[in-house]
Design a binder for this molecule. Structure first.
Ligand SMILES: Nc1ncnc2c1ncn2[C@@H]1O[C@H](COP(=O)(O)OP(=O)(O)O)[C@@H](O)[C@H]1O
Ligand SMILES: [Mg+2]
Length: 427
């Protein structure tokens, strides 16, 4: 490959995007295998849970790829598989406006790119949905949308729709789509950011009934949570619905993080590379978070390209991290950092001491953290720990039990650890 273009260099890493293509997807062999089994297991649904920035959406894209017959990733990972799967696959990301199960089911039926287009094309399905409520009919059947404005006041007089009604409508509508035999394996519905739904009550029992009535509909629920019970905010025996297909994404290991770098290097034809110590430095500061590799990698590549440099060294990684902090390349993480520190040198020392003394499982024993802070001249660290756990300073850490704390968000902890000091030493 000749010298890469700026566009290629800028897109070799993708901190702002999930990984769609199998070719750029690093590691995660076990998770991909579990997801594949979840797809082929009749009657099972899939759940992908884990911390933010850990790679849930990217994995769900690979699930959709496999569901629609793309076996590239399975082949690359040497995972056993047989025929190409043939699901009709739809993807929906919940936002703050998806507040409950009814909202979710309504949106899945009507949103562009979801089931709306299929329902529109299948007379039986559109009849079912139109019957749900006149207001709904207007939304789904695009032709009538023009009624808009003056009709709006009328819709408010309609009786509230019960969750039961939408359950039935959804079930019947998907059954009508399945009847058309559009796809051999049925429908895969990926619901991303499921954790954003404030009140998902009723979803588990809906899913249970759906699995009995229309077994060819498979859900893949994705969200920030430690397990399926937390994701569904329900303590019920929903485990069976996900028989063996709950994928809790752990942090990535060193080799997986380095594979992300290798993939980026090949995207620029090997014209920019990390020295092996620079790759180690970047993998270490990422603390298992693929997002950090992409964020730092992107700016490291940019700096190297501008300086006409072929090999990125550890000092370049350090300089890149400084520049990321200065330019606020991730405004959310940087904003949280500034809020926690709030221009106190002492609080910054304690914050960093906490990040540096995390055990492998994320727990922080304050005895260790206080000692580190004391070495840097802070003798009342516990007071600052109190601050950092309070709303005023962003509530970034939580107390687990006597003398044990942890960061709510391991990605933020990695950022705290990597970021250079903000407040200069006074005097
Ligand atoms: N398997 C992977 N290989 C390479 N990059 C990944 C992988 N998984 C995630 N990423 C990258 O990590 C970042 C976060 O991924 P994303 O899927 O959006 O995480 P989440 O949905 O858990 O917040 C993105 O920049 C994405 O490109
Ligand atoms: Mg995501």
């Amino acid at each position: 490959m000749t010298k890469p273009t700026i566009t290629e260099v800028e897109n070799a890493f993708q901190p702002a995007r999930e990984i769609d293509s199998a070719a750029r997807f690093a590691g995660r062999g076990d998770a991909v295998g579990d997801a594949y089994y979840g797809l082929i297991a009749a009657g099972s649904h899939i759940a992908i849970v884990g911390n933010r920035g850990i790679g849930k959406t990217s994995l769900s894209r690979q699930v959709a790829n496999m569901a629609t017959g793309n076996n590239d990733l399975l082949e690359r990972l040497h995972l056993q598989h047989d025929r190409k799967l043939d699901f009709l696959s739809i993807y929906f990301a919940c936002g703050k406006t998806t507040q409950n199960t009814t909202d979710l089911l309504e949106r899945l039926l009507t949103s562009a790119g979801c089931l709306g287009d299929w329902i529109y094309d299948i007379p039986k399905a559109s009849k079912i949905v139109r019957g749900y409520s006149p207001k709904f009919g207007v939304n789904v059947l695009g032709a009538e949308v023009g009624l808009g404005g003056e009709k709006k006041t009328e819709t408010t007089t309609e009786p509230a729709v019960t969750a039961h009604a939408i359950d039935t409508v959804f079930t019947n509508a998907v059954a009508a789509i399945i009847e058309q035999n559009i796809s051999t394996d049925g429908i895969l519905i990926v619901v991303d950011e499921f954790d954003q739904i404030a009140d998902p009550s009723g979803f588990a029992s809906f899913l249970k009934a759906l699995s009995t009535n229309v077994p060819k509909v498979k859900f893949c629920l994705v969200g920030v949570a430690q397990d399926i019970q937390h994701l569904m905010k329900e303590h019920l025996s929903s485990d069976r619905l996900f028989a063996g297909s709950i994928i809790a994404l752990p942090t990535m290991n060193f080799d997986e993080l380095k594979e992300i770098m290798t993939i980026a290097e090949s995207a620029v034809g090997g014209h920019i590379k990390f020295s092996s110590s620079a790759a180690d430095r970047l993998a270490a500061l990422a603390q298992g978070h693929p997002y950090m590799v992409h964020l730092v990698g992107k700016y490291a590549f940019r700096l190297a390209f501008q300086a006409n440099k072929k090999i990125i060294e550890p000092e370049d990684i350090d300089a890149t991290v400084r520049s990321i902090a200065e330019r606020g390349a991730d405004p959310v993480l940087e904003g949280r950092y500034k809020k926690a520190v709030a221009s106190s040198e002492q609080r910054e020392i304690v914050l960093k001491a906490l990040a540096e003394t995390q055990a492998a499982d994320g727990e922080i024993w304050t005895t260790n953290a206080y000692k580190l802070a004391l070495d840097q001249g802070v003798d009342n660290a516990s007071q600052y720990v109190g601050h950092l756990a309070s709303e005023e300073y962003g509530n970034e850490i939580e107390k687990l039990r006597d003398r044990y704390y942890r960061f709510h968000d391991s990605l933020f902890a990695a950022y705290v650890k990597a970021r250079p000091r903000l407040v200069q030493k006074q005097g």
